[in-house]
Design a binder for this molecule. Sequence first.
Ligand code: FMN
Length: 323
Amino acid sequence: MTTGYTAAQLRAAAADAVRAPSLHNTQPWRFRLVDGGIDLAVDPLRRLPATDPSGWGARIACGAALFHLRLALAVAGTPATVRLRPYPGDPDVVARLVPDVPRRPTPTEQSLHGAVARRFSNRAPFWPDPVPADARWRLGEAARAEQCWLELVIGASAVNAFAEIARSAHRVLERDPAYVSERTRWIRSEPSPDGVPAAAGGPRSEPQDLLPQRGFGGRDRAPGRDYEPEPLVAVLGSTGNTAADQVVAGQALQRVLLTATDAGLAVSMLSQPIEVPGAREALRLSLGRFGTPQMVMRIGFGQPGRTTPRRPVDEVLDLPAVR
Ligand SMILES: Cc1cc2nc3c(=O)[nH]c(=O)nc-3n(C[C@H](O)[C@H](O)[C@H](O)COP(=O)(O)O)c2cc1C
């Protein structure tokens, strides 16, 4: 008979979960211990109304945190059974985790878990070396293992066509003053437990750049340090686009990101073409795939960088009062 999770188990797993990526590093999640199960919910106070009016980004981030939570619990020998959107009356709760039969972690769970503390968004130019075929295959497998697909955009004309869609989405977003001021509010020039540190923002964009970089107040570019001429662009997609599908996509995203880290690869995310409905549809049509694009990644061999800060884990836990 399996008993419920304890506060100590939740605290340990949540310390890994909060390392997940999120739009502007808003960290839009809460973890609650309820009747021995863990409820993971979107934090309504950390929504981005201008950037993410539908809540897609918050659900992707919570899905990514859910994947970290699953890994941490599995590696501790206390794996979880997960139910997505368990309470129809409370759609902010994206998942409920209850203990499954204890077992040893698999080697894959162990290596992906080992990548959690090393992963970060690397927005700087990558080396021109191509991503090897076996790593490309592993990334696709990672998406498939979480019921999603990963389409690699191969060849100069396909990459150029993608870049055109991404740049036009970027221009649409940049014309919206509410979007611009929201992004600016989350840039941090002083140490802070949330938001995007200006130092992590990558170099300031230049007119010759192929892909649009979301501006996080990055530093000026050293002469001659341009972006890699043929970036590996990967589009992650899900079969449907319900709120639950977006949580599934968040888990797949995180499995892909950790697989990349484990393979020594760097990744940055580019979600402008997902956030603008017309661009998302153009992207879907250009890929000729069923389902819905949920995230775009630039993948390659990066220069060393740093992980970004997170809030203390106790700030995101709701534990039953101890009597
Ligand atoms: C849904 C979602 C959308 C994102 N979109 C972008 C983006 O368009 N450009 C970008 O540079 N980073 C993007 N990111 C990455 C976040 O800015 C990043 O995860 C956050 O700042 C925390 O940093 P870390 O990934 O280094 O831990 C996105 C992340 C998520 C989860």
